[in-house]
Design a protein around this ligand. Structure first.
Ligand code: CTP
Length: 231
């Protein structure tokens, strides 16, 4: 394997889409992520000739570019396994997946059957999932550049992004207002570990945002791996 940092183009690992955490054989707890942005990023990077692996959750969307390598996941735990296998082969990880913070605590037997309706209320106990991005950060190779996302109410966009950047110990956070989920457009604030902040010029289509973000992430990655030669 070529050591990290000696590639002309960065090897990209992207996660995208929701997670589905099962309650029983037919029900789950999920979220409204479409995976559109991660798929757009994968297509754009492949068009540039960058090697791309996309870890894609339960969504009907698929990349168009034939060279994108796609692995599918359903739960946060499945995604964790795929990340642990693929992380060492990437230079930039873009964690666009909307990963569940909690999953239903269920007996394994319940996953093979369907809960029956009963009288009265019923509750589902939730247990925390692993913070996958923080785990990636804990085992990162030198020179690996980690990008996370933060979906936040507008009024605390910047402060939450800065807090997540520190807590997960990553290089860049793409902060978006809550309305971004399910939308074809995005309005983003990028907060980098070195304190620099960049914002999109208002709303832009996710397909146009993909090159905007890749340009910035690749420039920061190449500065990090070869600080003397990068511009
Ligand atoms: N993330 C992750 N593992 C989780 C939850 C989130 O890797 N169990 C990643 C997401 O893919 C995203 C980033 O962490 O890139 C921020 O996700 P977000 O849900 O906004 O943050 P949380 O850490 O879940 O914090 P909070 O729920 O308090 O906002």
């Amino acid at each position: 394997m070529t050591p990290t940092g000696l590639h002309d183009a960065p090897r990209l690992l992207i996660t995208a889409g929701p997670t589905h955490e099962p309650i029983d054989a037919v029900r789950f707890i999920g979220n409204r992520s479409s995976g559109r942005l991660g798929v757009a990023l994968a297509d754009e990077a492949s068009r540039r000739g960058w090697p791309v692996r996309l870890l894609l959750g339960p969504t009907h969307l698929q990349p168009e570019h034939p060279r994108v390598v796609v692995d599918r996941y359903r739960t946060a735990s499945d995604l964790g396994v795929l990340l642990a296998m693929a992380q060492s082969e990437c230079d930039i990880l873009i964690m666009a997946a909307a990963v569940a913070d909690y999953r239903p605590r269920v007996d394994p037997g319940q996953l093979g059957t369907k809960l029956k309706r009963e009288a009265g209320t019923r509750s589902i106990e939730l247990e925390p999932t692993e913070d996958l991005l923080a785990a990636c950060s804990g085992r990162r190779a030198p020179g690996q550049y980690l990008v996370g996302f933060a979906l936040e109410p507008r009024e605390r966009l910047r402060s939450s992004a800065e807090e997540k950047l520190r807590r997960k110990s990553i290089d860049l956070i793409v902060a978006n207002p809550l309305e971004t989920m399910e939308s074809g457009e995005i309005e983003a604030t990028l907060v980098a570990r070195d304190g620099t902040v960049a914002t999109t010029d208002g709303l832009m289509p996710k397909s146009r945002f993909a090159p905007w973000l890749l340009d910035r992430a690749a420039a920061a990655w190449s500065r990090a791996v070869s600080p003397a030669t990068a511009d």
